[in-house]
Design a protein around this ligand. Structure first.
Ligand code: GLC
Ligand code: MG
Length: 427
């Protein structure tokens, strides 16, 4: 977040399962990829991406390995009881303190064990400030009421204050009263405000019971995705249906987020992936991030054989390179960038029917000296289940009438890359 010198234009705070990630209807993650390229092209530079999930941190990391997910600026896990920042996920220690205030896991375990209706979730879903169960939907209301009464009674003589959240028609979480996705967001907004970085707009996105609180935070826009759970839609019907800042999207999952960006006019919502002619899509302003996102999107389409095998495309790419531009391959080999693009010409359609996808993450541009730009990003490439990632730096110079000229590209294998195979990596 430190990179932002002024208030972020938009902060998206989104749930993951069945909001960002469609577990039922999009095996190729196309909606997620559409969102990702829009975010990187149009928002990454001046906006904040926050994930707020019921998952624990290890389970979030697992999802990240399974899906083409972007790196958020802030990750709120375990139903709003843990907050971490940046790529390296630095824990918010002040939040840990708040979560430990008036909390006693032992008492929660003791009292909940008296309810045969509650089945403990797996160990990997339990956390210091989150005790999670499964429960039959028909029993949820009654058990929640009785459990509150019991724990409140215990709370008088001890120091316990809790909240109970029912989600997804089957999960019941017991958390510290000051925890939950809503409280975590309120805390984050306060922190940003104190730093002079209160977002101009905030959009919260969710599908189930543990997201309800997000929609209660003052002044935020909200989208309940089309496939939202009954418990969230019921809450909305009873408490928020007159709030014009909340919509129930007609699109599923992350498609609903794109819909909400458009509906509330929070910025552009046409994904670069929905543009058929990438070469036509020139920006009016100098936007090196746009240039890079478009290049790698073209690269994906070229290798998938989805664009015509036409020399003019390769010629046009070469024309935007400086004649002496250098490409440092992750193997360390230095090549001419123009020769590399010539080589790419030979690979038209080689990944057809191979479930090949390319996406860019954390695309950030800085102007180093007047007219010279450095863009840093992670470039991911997946074929079937095999994925690789290179940390990539591109240097551009911006020339009157010529637009951005590619001067230098350098790649090194990212720590996150499971494979580091030099031999079949083009760029
Ligand atoms: C996620 C968590 C689970 C929790 C549920 C509802 O699925 O893994 O532990 O109960 O969200 O908040
Ligand atoms: Mg969800």
């Amino acid at each position: 977040m430190e990179r932002l010198t002024s208030p972020p234009r938009l902060m998206i705070v989104s749930d993951l399962d069945d909001t960002m990630v469609d577990h039922h209807n999009d095996p190729e993650n196309l909606s997620l990829l559409r969102f990702s390229s829009l975010w990187e092209e149009a928002f990454r530079q001046d906006s904040l991406l926050v994930f707020s999930t019921g998952r624990t941190l290890p389970m979030y990391k697992k999802l990240r390995k399974e899906r083409p997910m972007l790196t958020p600026d802030v990750i709120i896990t375990s139903v709003g009881t843990e907050i971490a920042y940046g790529k390296s996920m630095v824990t918010d220690d002040s939040w840990v303190e708040i979560m430990n205030h008036k909390w006693d896991r032992g008492i929660v375990e003791e009292e909940t064990s008296k309810f045969p209706e509650l089945t403990l979730q797996r160990d990997c879903d339990q956390r210091p400030n989150k005790v999670s169960f499964f429960i039959d939907k028909s029993k949820a209301q009654q058990v929640t009421k009785e459990l509150y009464q019991r724990l409140e009674k215990r709370g008088v003589s001890t120091i316990l204050e809790i909240k109970i959240i029912f989600s997804g028609g089957k999960a019941l979480d017991v958390l510290p009263k000051g925890g939950g996705k809503g409280q975590a967001l309120a805390y984050l907004l306060n922190k940003l405000k104190a730093e002079g970085r209160l977002p101009v707009n905030t959009l919260v996105c969710g599908d189930s019971g543990n997201d309800t609180e997000l929609f209660t935070i003052p002044n935020v826009y909200g989208v309940m995705v089309r496939n939202s759970q009954e418990e969230l839609l019921e809450w909305y019907a009873e408490n928020a249906k007159d709030n014009a800042k909340i919509i129930h999207a007609s699109e599923r999952c992350v498609g609903g987020i794109l819909e909400a960006i458009g509906h509330f006019e929070l910025g552009p919502n046409l994904s670069p992936r929905d543009v058929s002619d990438l070469f036509e899509c020139k920006e009016d302003n100098v936007n090196p991030g746009h240039e890079v996102v478009m290049f790698f999107l073209f690269y994906e389409r070229w290798r998938r054989g989805e664009v015509e095998n036409c020399d003019a495309y390769i010629a046009s790419l070469k024309a935007s390179c400086h004649p002496a531009a250098v490409f440092v391959h992750p193997s360390g080999a230095e090549k001419s960038l123009i020769d590399t693009i010539d080589e790419l010409g030979k690979y038209h359609g080689d990944k057809k029917d191979k479930k090949f996808r390319v996406w860019t993450d954390q695309v950030l541009a800085t102007e180093t000296t007047h007219g010279t730009w450095m863009v840093k990003l992670d470039k991911w490439e997946q074929t079937g289940n095999e994925r690789k990632c290179c940390t990539t730096t591109v240097r551009f110079i911006s020339k009157e009438n010529e637009g951005l000229v590619w001067e230098n590209v350098q790649q090194t294998w990212s720590e996150e890359s499971e494979m580091k195979n030099d031999s079949n990596w083009i760029i």
